[in-house]
Every structure is written in structure tokens, then in C-alpha cells.
Design a binder for this molecule. Structure first.
Ligand SMILES: *Cc1c(COP(=O)(O)O)cnc(C)c1O
Length: 302
């Protein structure tokens, strides 16, 4: 196996992802300039923040001589898909621990079928055991059962200290390009890293797509692990989850389809649609002073 050469091909530093301005009256009439940071174009197979977060972990797994990489996710996880694709490109075996043992033995959905086609070994576990993976002993048991006890472990959603350093690079690419940089949040790892990479005077704004109120504490602990303490100026805009993860009510669907048609952007529905909706609403309510340059990070594609 020719791992080092493959690693270079996959992890070769890329030029910064493009930034483009869009003309949209819903922003223009409030004196707000809207830019899109097309991070969905950062890597041909691993779009957006999945690439930012995985790349440093892949490097650590290969350089550390680990025989495989193991990670966790639900049946529709973009993170599992990206990890499986990366493993195929690198020749690094991957194991996906999937939430829900009722899925075992049933036909795979499209997302998991892609994981399997990329060579990921799928291990289905009961929801109760999946939930307990934050406890070290429960995790060890889970990994043994999955035949992955000596594998490199990437947490669910991919957000660990190395991932935050990868996302800080996204922030550095945006220095001098925005007053406010906005991003959709799942685990919050992308926001946590992005904020750390911005210049003083720039601020990061996160739009959570899940219900719940623990995200700010989660982001603080991720930053503590990665940077030793708080980093950058960030805040969360709550109230734009539209009912919870992966919920796309009709008004949001219509908004996303319209935005895609107006601006020729493939609007990813689970995260990016909620971000763009939130920015439109916040702008309408006067949340950004006239003259603000607002940059929306397009973290993935439809
Ligand atoms: C995974 C994902 C996110 C969430 O990133 P976090 O670092 O978990 O907050 C945002 N956008 C897209 C398109 C994603 O796939």
C-alpha cells in the first residue's frame, strides 16, 4: 500500500476556498453586504467543514501508524460519509459505529450504502450503548465489540482539538474579508475553530440547527481543549432550528429553493438553509448596522 503518496495527494494544502458577493435586496436595503464563503468547494470529495475537521485527524492517524480509523454517527451522518470517502482515498481502513441496532440486517439507506461502498465497515449499536460512549469504559467496550480497539478514534461529528485547529484556518482565510462571519452549527466545532482564526475586531456568529441550549458550554469546552481557553469573539443566534435537526418545514424549503434559484447556489437543507434564513431574518430586524459586511460560510452542498 502506498500510503504516504496517497496522503500527500489527499492532504495537499489547497488554495483558500472562493469568496463571492451576492446581490440580494433583502440585505442591500439594510446597507448590509452579503458575501458567500464557498467552503463547499474546498475539496472535490470532502466538502466544507468536514474536510477542515478531518484533514488534521487523517494526518495524525496515518503518521501515528494506526491500522484503522473509527468514528460515530447516525444513519444519515455527513461526517460518516466524509470519513468513509477519506479512508478510501487514503487506503486507511475505516469503521463506522452507527446509532441504532434496529438498522442491522436491513437494506442500507443511500448514505450508509455510500459509506459501505467506500469500504467503511459498519457496526450498528443500540441507542442506549451509543449514548454512553462519552464514558471511557463504555467507549472501550464499544470499540472492542466493533473490532476497533487499536484504531484512531474521531468523535461523533468530528469535533476534537485537531479539528478546531483545522477550522481556525477557515477563519484565517477570512481575515480582512468580513465584519461578521456566520456559520451553521451542529456540534459547534466549526464555529469554535473559526472564531479562533479571525482577526481582532471580526466576530463569528453561529446558528444552531438542533434544539437544545447546551451548545455554548460545549463550544467553551472544545476551545479549552484546543486552545487552552476562550478564543475569538463569538455568539449564537438561537431560535432558527425550525423544529430540530433535519426538519425542513415547507416555508424553509421554499426559502431555500428560492435562494438557490436567485443566486445559483446549491443550498444544502439541513444546515445551510437555516443559516441563510437566520441571516435574512436578523438583517430584516436590524441586527446588523448599516455598512456591515456579512460573510456566510457555505459549509456543504446539497
Ligand atoms: C456537519 C456540518 C455542519 C456542522 O458543523 P459542526 O462543526 O458540527 O458545528 C455544518 N454544515 C454542514 C453542511 C455540515 O455537514
Amino acid at each position: 500500500m502506498n500510503r504516504p503518496a496517497n496522503l500527500d495527494v489527499l492532504l495537499r494544502p489547497r488554495p483558500p476556498s472562493p469568496v463571492r458577493e451576492v446581490r440580494d435586496e433583502r440585505f442591500g436595503r439594510h446597507g448590509v453586504r452579503l458575501l458567500l464563503k464557498r467552503d463547499d468547494l474546498v475539496h472535490p470529495e470532502l466538502p466544507g467543514n468536514k474536510w477542515r475537521k478531518l484533514a488534521p485527524n487523517l494526518r495524525a492517524a496515518v503518521e501515528g501508524g494506526f491500522p484503522a480509523l473509527v468514528t460515530f454517527g447516525g444513519a444519515y451522518s455527513n461526517h460518516l460519509r466524509a470519513t468513509a470517502a477519506a479512508g478510501r482515498m487514503l487506503g486507511l481502513p475505516t469503521v463506522g459505529v452507527v446509532r441504532g441496532d434496529e438498522l442491522a440486517g436491513r437494506p442500507l439507506n443511500e448514505s450508509l450504502a455510500r459509506c459501505a461502498a467506500d469500504g467503511m465497515r459498519l457496526h450498528f449499536v443500540p441507542r442506549s450503548a451509543y449514548r454512553r460512549k462519552a464514558e471511557p469504559q463504555a467507549l472501550a467496550r464499544l470499540l472492542t465489540e466493533a473490532g476497533a480497539s487499536d484504531a484512531y478514534v474521531v468523535p461523533e461529528g468530528g469535533s476534537n482539538a485537531l479539528a478546531l485547529h483545522g477550522c481556525a484556518e477557515l477563519g484565517r482565510e477570512l481575515r480582512g474579508r468580513a465584519d461578521v462571519v456566520a456559520v451553521a452549527c451542529g456540534t459547534g466545532g466549526t464555529l469554535a475553530g473559526l472564531a479562533a482564526g479571525l482577526a481582532p475586531g471580526q466576530r463569528a456568529l453561529g446558528v444552531p440547527v438542533l434544539k437544545g441550549g447546551f451548545l455554548a458550554a460545549e463550544i467553551r469546552s472544545l476551545q479549552l481543549a484546543a486552545f487552552g481557553g476562550p478564543a475569538g469573539d463569538w455568539s449564537l443566534a438561537e431560535g432558527f432550528d425550525h423544529g430540530g435537526y433535519a426538519r425542513v418545514p415547507a416555508p424553509l424549503e421554499a426559502f431555500a429553493a428560492d435562494f438557490a434559484a436567485r443566486h445559483g447556489l446549491p443550498v444544502e437543507r439541513i444546515y445551510v438553509a437555516k443559516l441563510l434564513w437566520a441571516l435574512t431574518e436578523l438583517t430584516k430586524s436590524g441586527a446588523f448596522p448599516r455598512g456591515t459586511t456579512l460573510t456566510a460560510v457555505i459549509t456543504g452542498r446539497q
